[in-house]
Design a protein around this ligand. Sequence first.
Ligand code: SF4
Length: 254
Amino acid sequence: MATDLPTVSPYLLDRGPTMCRRRLAGVLGGRQPSYRPFNRWRVRDPLVAGAEDAQAVLGLPRISAFVAPAQLVHEERAVFDQAAQGYVASFSESPAEVALDHGCHHLPTKDRRRGVRLGGTIDLVLQRPGGTVGSGGTVGSGGTVGSGGTVELRQLELWRRPVAADPNRSWAVLVAALRLAPWVARRPLLVVHADVLQRRIRRHVIQASEHEHLGGRLDDRLALLRRRAADPVPEPGSDCAICGFIADCPALRN
Ligand code: SF4
């Protein structure tokens, strides 16, 4: 059954141009998948919760705030511990405070003009007084933060995907920046994408003047995906292994 607005994830924006058209149409049509082959939240959610606790007030993160859930299996626990240590090591030179009032914390953001809910993760949003960019890592292009307080979007990478903070290179960053735009308002947004396991960091500053361009890129990509979904022929291939609509797929009936 379809929900009111389909959720469009950064993954869909990235993979949609080559994804099986029937699978793409199912997602864009808001159809409920028969299963969700995704369990990465078991490590990510408690790690983000620990980071939020660690910086609930202006200061540096404390390792004691990261408490591993009892249900993690041995391998997950090892990843959690290493990621927590990597987080503290990566962000211990610039005090910051977590902001939770931006409205994008747990649920996708409704975008009625585009007819979608914008999904993906908003891991941590932080504020700090002054205009310092922070420490360590690689500073990407994209201007300077300036003075008058910094807003930082801190995205955590746990699965060895490319580290990218530039919204023109990462749909995850682009979507997160647009979701946060009403709350960020005219302030620059410092994006920090950190692989806390490999301790690699990229930084990029998004100015408010870029929001229109980023919105245009999203509109163009959504239009492309809708054109493909309008002809929802099944295209069996590697997508089938992670498809939530495999149960009634006519291409795989035999
Ligand atoms: S099972 Fe395969 S062919 Fe069928 S919709 Fe899913 S991805 Fe497409």
